[in-house]
Structures are given as structure tokens and as C-alpha cells.
Design a protein around this ligand. Structure first.
Ligand code: IPE
Ligand code: IPE
Ligand code: MG
Length: 252
């Protein structure tokens, strides 16, 4: 029987750090409102935090950092805000791609690409192709991402493979699904961190979060710092992960 347990990431890096940290960058709007500024200012400041955290994560030796940048539900925001978020993404890729590439960062993008404007799609593809050979931090950008959409697309691929006779129905295992998700080849997140005090996943990595640890911090994303990132990692390191088993000492 396939238990699928091989698909569940049990690894932490040799340093003891989580290998994969995923962040729900939330609270830009409230940060701006609390200062009497337009929401856009919060998003603009949020990009600065994003830069700081990407640099910091690379420096301390995190292997994978996933950032939830725009959800499949964020299209329901006012058109002007959506336009501003798209423009910030373009600006970020244009301005930061060279530095990311020079710092050995590898960029991967997850999410539905078909609905995106051609210029944005081209930029995201350029970020991936220009950094594909890099071996440092893998920065996974979740853009136009929704976990249910991702799972539905993976299941569609499974169905197509079964219908074409490439995949016997008995081989539709957890791994077969994982391999068809946008995150194929990326270990499951060890730690999922959300800023702004909200305690929900908002359609982020539903499949991959099966055994992730969660840390929720009150700071709005524009106020979030590298020190708070380190504190979240310390909290993670104090957790006991069991993956359904028994504590290490009891099992001895
Ligand atoms: C997160 O901040 C950024 C995106 C969702 C793009 P929000 O814009 O959700 O900020 P709040 O939650 O309204 O404060
Ligand atoms: C989740 O935040 C999406 C991103 C951070 C990109 P939202 O602000 O969209 O989530 P809800 O609506 O509060 O659940
Ligand atoms: Mg929000």
C-alpha cells in the first residue's frame, strides 16, 4: 500500500533551520489606514519588507522561501488596487531581477498563468529562466495563486494522463498528484508564517501544508522585520513535530 508518507517533508536543513518557510504577507492595507495613507502606500512599503526578508532568508541559509503575493481571490478588489498590485509586481521583477540573479537566487512562480496579461507572464517567465541555474535560495512567488485552483489543475493533468493511457488508475497516488502541482519538486513548507494577526490560510498551499507548523504574528507586513522572522524561526525550532507518530523519546 502506498501510504504517501514519502511525500510528507520531514526534513529540516542540517543547520536545524526549516528548509522551507512560506509567508502570507498580510496587513498592507491596515498599515496604510492606521497612518491615514492610501492602501497603495502599504503595498509599496510591503515590497521593501519583501526585499529585506528575501535577503535575510538567503543570508541565514533558508533553502526555499515562498511568498504569497496575489491570490486568485484578490481580483475581487477594486480595479485600481489590482492595477497597482500588478504594477508593483512588474516594478519588482524589473528592478530586482538582476540583483536576485547575481545573489544566486532561483525564482519559481506558482499560480495560474493563463489569466495573466501577456507582459506579466513574460516577466515571470524571464525571472524563472534567467535564474534557473542558480543554486542558492529558491524564491517561490505565489502569484495569481489559489490552492484549490492548483489542485484542480493537477487533477485535470492526472485525468488527461489516465485518459491517454499514460497513467494506470491504480497509480493515482499522493505522489502522482504532488508531482503535478505547481510546487512539484519543492519540499512541503516546514513553517507557514502569517503577519497582521489573521489566523487563516486564505487558500494558500492547502495540499502542501498537511504537516506545516504555523506561526501568526501581529505585525502588519510593512512593519515586519528580519528580527521578527528570526523569532518565528526560534518558535518553530521549539515545536515538536510528530507527523502522526509518537514523540522521539517515547518511541525509543
Ligand atoms: C496583503 O495586504 C497584500 C495582498 C493581499 C496583496 P492586504 O492588502 O490584504 O492588507 P489588509 O489585510 O487589507 O490590511
Ligand atoms: C491573502 O491575504 C493573500 C495574500 C497575502 C496575497 P488576503 O488579505 O487576501 O486574505 P483574506 O481575504 O483576509 O482572507
Ligand atoms: Mg489582507
Amino acid at each position: 500500500m502506498t501510504t504517501g508518507s514519502e511525500a510528507i517533508s520531514m526534513a529540516t536543513a542540517p543547520t536545524g533551520l526549516p528548509r522551507h518557510v512560506a509567508i502570507i504577507m498580510d496587513g498592507n492595507g491596515r498599515w496604510a489606514r492606521s497612518r491615514g495613507l492610501p492602501r497603495f502606500e502599504g503595498h509599496r512599503r510591503g515590497v521593501q519588507t519583501l526585499r529585506d526578508i528575501v535577503r535575510h532568508a538567503g543570508r541565514i541559509g533558508i533553502d526555499y522561501l515562498t511568498l504569497y503575493s496575489f491570490s486568485s481571490e484578490n481580483w475581487s478588489r477594486p480595479a485600481e488596487e489590482v492595477r497597482e498590485l500588478m504594477s508593483l509586481l512588474k516594478h519588482f521583477v524589473r528592478r530586482d531581477l538582476a540583483e536576485l540573479a547575481a545573489n544566486n537566487v532561483r525564482v519559481r512562480v506558482i499560480g495560474e498563468r493563463d489569466d495573466l496579461a501577456p507582459d506579466i507572464r513574460a516577466l515571470l517567465e524571464e525571472a524563472e529562466t534567467k535564474t534557473t541555474r542558480n543554486t542558492g535560495l529558491t524564491l517561490v512567488v505565489a502569484f495569481n495563486y489559489g490552492a484549490r485552483n492548483e489542485i484542480a489543475r493537477a487533477v485535470r493533468r492526472v485525468a488527461a494522463d489516465v485518459a491517454a493511457g499514460r497513467l494506470p488508475a491504480e497509480s493515482v497516488t499522493e505522489d502522482a498528484i504532488s508531482q503535478r502541482l505547481d510546487t512539484a519538486g519543492i519540499p512541503d513548507p516546514d513553517l507557514i508564517l502569517r503577519t497582521s494577526g489573521e489566523q487563516r490560510l486564505s487558500n494558500f498551499l492547502l495540499w502542501q501544508a498537511a504537516y506545516s507548523e504555523f506561526v501568526f504574528v501581529p505585525a502588519y507586513w510593512p512593519d515586519f522585520t528580519a528580527d521578527e522572522f528570526d523569532r518565528a524561526i526560534d518558535e518553530f525550532l521549539g515545536r515538536e513535530r510528530r507527523f502522526g507518530g509518537v514523540p522521539a523519546a517515547a518511541g525509543a
